[in-house]
Structure formats: structure tokens, C-alpha cells
Design a protein around this ligand. Structure first.
Ligand SMILES: C=Cc1c(C(=O)O)[nH]c(=O)[nH]c1=O
Length: 310
């Protein structure tokens, strides 16, 4: 039984990755993931300069997942680009470089740096950070998405993926797919956290995180049905050359099975990886192989995208 998969020309011996933002801010954390059963690692989304991020408490574990308003704390693009140049392809593992500029100009500036660098891996442009005060998620402004992609593909010749926010309406699925199908995008990654949720502690009668009056991105069990819907809806609408990474609500082999059934080529694990650490990749690989064995599947292609309707 094989858990191998690929995105464009990039081969992953295992379809499991961390989600950007979780245990991936330092080279130690990134190397730990590369040394695990994961098929590769994704860096914390980078900005042009180092950022401290929002005030703490800015992330709260919850019975059914997590809420966060980190505010893009990171060591800056140079730190992650250096790591990516040095580690991409080592032991057959892929390093995905995530970037999240606070403006189109910042994204172009960083993508130019990546284009001119010796990095030969996948770049993930994050158009969906919900937690930078005063900034909306670019992924909800289809004209802005078209603008940034038009500017990008004038000079960027390396493989590019997009991290998108969750969409909740068929007109939104159609709208974003219409834009994406016009560009040579290697993959999309759906979903980012469900933005600006609010968790209340009735004991203290208070919010649970400090930034933005307690509003933050939701992850974990809360978001799985939305994640699966976005994987499925975009698989049905996007050109077949655009691959899909499924992210959201994964904490078991069965969750991965569901994402692949909806069409995911790879999956990323955020909240649950944050709690369990790198052993999760071994546990989930084992669980998924058991499910595939029971169902008589040998490879992910045997069932990818074959969700039935009734
Ligand atoms: C890149 C910033 C993000 C953050 C953050 O740094 O607050 N949290 C998320 O749930 N998703 C993001 O995309």
C-alpha cells in the first residue's frame, strides 16, 4: 500500500505535511518535520522583515480544535528562503516555502527574491491570513486575486501554489475558480482557518485570546465539513492541471481518506499537529493504510476524487 502522491513534477513519498503556521517557525521545528514520516514540510508564512506578531494570549486550544490570532509572527523571508534552498529535495523530501505579504507589493518583492534564488521547490502564496489588524483576506477579493496573479506571472517562472480562505457560497466557488483557471497555478491549498470566529469563556465571561477583541481563525473539528466542501467544490471547478492540497480538520487516517475522496492530492495538518507533534504523521499513515487495506485500495489514485453522490 502506497501513500505516495505528486504535485506537478514534485514527488511526495507520503501525502502528509504540516500546515503553514504550526510548529514551523524555526529551522529546528522544520528539520524535526523533515526527519519524521511526513512527505515534506511547509514554512511559517513569511513577510519581508521579521515580525513579532500580535499580543498574547493569541492561540487557545479548544475541545474541538483551536482559535488563533497570531498576527504573522515570523523570522522574515531571508531566514526561510535560506532554509528552503538548503533543504529542498534532501532525503527526497519537499520544502514548501510559504509567503504572506501585507500588500501586493510585498508579495511581488518576496516572489522576485524567490525567483532569483537557487530554491527549486514549491512556493505557497498565502492569500488568506485573517489576523493582521486592518487587513482583509485577499482571497475574498477576486479582483485583487486576479491582480496579484497577473503581476506575479509576468516574472515568476517557478511552481506556485495558493493558500486560500474557506468559501461558503456556490457563487464564491464559481468566482474564485474563474480567476484561478486563467493562470498557470501548480496547486491550491484549501482551507486556511475560518476567519474571525469568537470563543467565549462563560465562567470568566470573557473572550479567550487578546488580539482583535477575541476574534480569531478557527481550526480543528469545527472546520472539517467546510474544508471538505472547498476541496470538493474546487476540484469540480478547476482545470485538472491545478492540484489541490486539502487542509482543515485532519486528526485521523479517516479524515485524510475523506479529503482524498473529495479530490485532495496532498493534505496538511495544523491544529492536531500542534497538539501531537511529529508522531502524528506515523499514527495517521498507519491508520490510513489500515483503511485502504480494508477497502482493497493499493494507491491514493484508486479512490481520489471518487466521492459518490446520492
Ligand atoms: C499567515 C497568517 C495566518 C495566521 C496568523 O499568523 O495569525 N493564522 C492563521 O490561522 N492563518 C494564517 O494564514
Amino acid at each position: 500500500i502506497s501513500l505516495a502522491s505528486h504535485i506537478g513534477d514534485y514527488q511526495f513519498d507520503n501525502l502528509l505535511l504540516n500546515a503553514a503556521g504550526v510548529r514551523c517557525s524555526t529551522t529546528d521545528e522544520l528539520n524535526k518535520t523533515l526527519d519524521s514520516m511526513a512527505g515534506g514540510c511547509v514554512t511559517k508564512s513569511a513577510t519581508p522583515e521579521e515580525r513579532a506578531g500580535n499580543e498574547s494570549p493569541r492561540m487557545k486550544p479548544l475541545p474541538l480544535g483551536s482559535i488563533n490570532s497570531m498576527g504573522l509572527p515570523n523570522h522574515g523571508i531571508d531566514y526561510y528562503l535560506k532554509f528552503a534552498e538548503e533543504n529542498q529535495g534532501k532525503n527526497g523530501k519537499q520544502v514548501i516555502l510559504s509567503i504572506a505579504g501585507l500588500s501586493i507589493d510585498q508579495n511581488i518583492e518576496m516572489l522576485k527574491k524567490v525567483q532569483e534564488s537557487s530554491f527549486s521547490g514549491l512556493t505557497e502564496l498565502n492569500l488568506s491570513c485573517p489576523n493582521v489588524k486592518g487587513k482583509s483576506q485577499v482571497g475574498y477579493d477576486f479582483d485583487a486575486v486576479r491582480d496579484v496573479l497577473t503581476s506575479t506571472f509576468k516574472f515568476f517562472k517557478k511552481p506556485l501554489g495558493l493558500k486560500l480562505p474557506p468559501y461558503f457560497d456556490f457563487n464564491q466557488f464559481n468566482g474564485i475558480a474563474e480567476v484561478l483557471n486563467d493562470f498557470p497555478i501548480t496547486y491550491i491549498n484549501v482551507i486556511n482557518s475560518i476567519g474571525n470566529g469568537l470563543v467565549v469563556d462563560p465562567e470568566t465571561e470573557s473572550v479567550v485570546i487578546k488580539p482583535k477583541g477575541g476574534f480569531g481563525g478557527l481550526g480543528g473539528d469545527y472546520v472539517k465539513p467546510t474544508a471538505l466542501a472547498n476541496v470538493r467544490a474546487l476540484r469540480q471547478r478547476l482545470n485538472p492541471e491545478i492540484s489541490i492540497i486539502g487542509t482543515g480538520g485532519i486528526k485521523s487516517g479517516m479524515d485524510v481518506f475523506e479529503h482524498v475522496l473529495c479530490g485532495a492530492n496532498l493534505v496538511q495538518i495544523g491544529t492536531a499537529f500542534g497538539y501531537e507533534g511529529t508522531p502524528i504523521f506515523e499514527r495517521i499513515s498507519k491508520e490510513l493504510k489500515e483503511i485502504m487495506d480494508k477497502k482493497g485500495y493499493k494507491t491514493l489514485d484508486d479512490f481520489r476524487g471518487k466521492l459518490k453522490t446520492i
